[in-house]
Design a protein around this ligand. Structure first.
Ligand code: MN
Length: 238
């Protein structure tokens, strides 16, 4: 059985997602975003080894859940592609994933200070972010999720949540669509910055679990508004 080509609209949207995340400072030369293949839940789309801000349609490749490229053709692939394969394997509900080193989130991964929603836009953090400690599953490493075993361990730590912080490294955020996961990755960074500012002023009142859940549902009906704006900012993609 041969795998059908992905919807060109999904490929375009993945290119746009790469550019938006770069434009918004969530990714720089590092970091990546993927989408589950629309014709095969056992495959996903991810760019070749390239800075997200430079990704074009032709750079999007198809991988199986073992993170093996179907159309490698000698192209270099991301070292941490296992993050995507193992989360798609563990979470059938997940349709898109962002892995980044977005800077304001890093302090929460190294202090065990919980990342919590300080405002309505980050209601998706209501369940809190999981915290992945790579030392619990491996000896001293370069901190990268460069094997299937490490990817599977990260997916186990993520559990049913929307975000997992990776101590001394970055974070991985999941969603049901590219629009939702890009929104979440951008607002995780915004929330982290605001939370640090709030903590520095004094005692913080966070959204409670119910407020966070209501806010997250409301925001999910408004994703197109931000996406349209962010897409306009980056201009046409190739
Ligand atoms: Mn990384």
């Amino acid at each position: 059985m041969t795998l059908s080509a992905p919807d060109p609209g999904l490929v375009d949207k993945l290119v746009v997602a790469n550019r938006i995340l770069y434009g918004r400072g969530v990714v720089d030369g590092f970091g990546h975003v993927s989408a589950r293949h629309d014709k095969s839940p056992g495959h996903f789309l991810l760019a070749r080894n390239l800075a997200p801000g430079l990704v074009r349609r032709d750079d999007i490749m198809v991988f199986d859940l073992d993170a093996v490229a179907l159309d490698g053709a000698g192209r270099r692939v991301y070292l941490e592609r296992f993050i995507h394969g193992e989360i798609y394997r563990a979470r059938p509900d997940v349709q898109a994933i962002v892995h980044s080193h977005s800077p304001s989130v890093i302090p929460f991964g190294v202090t065990r200070y919980p990342l919590r929603p300080v405002f309505h836009a980050s209601g998706f953090l209501g369940e809190g972010a999981a915290l992945f400690e790579i030392r619990e599953v491996a000896a001293d490493t370069d901190m990268l999720i460069s094997t299937g075993a490490l990817g599977a361990a990260l997916a186990r730590t993520l559990g049913s949540r929307s975000a997992v912080l990776m101590r001394g490294h970055g974070s991985t955020i999941v969603g049901v669509s590219l629009e939702q996961v890009v929104y979440r990755a951008i607002y995780a960074e915004v929330n982290a910055k605001l939370q640090i500012q709030a903590i520095s002023l004094g005692e913080v009142t966070y959204l409670n679990e119910q407020e966070a859940a209501y806010a997250a549902s409301a925001n999910d009906t408004q994703l197109a508004r931000n996406w349209e704006l962010w897409q306009r900012e980056i201009g046409p993609v190739e």
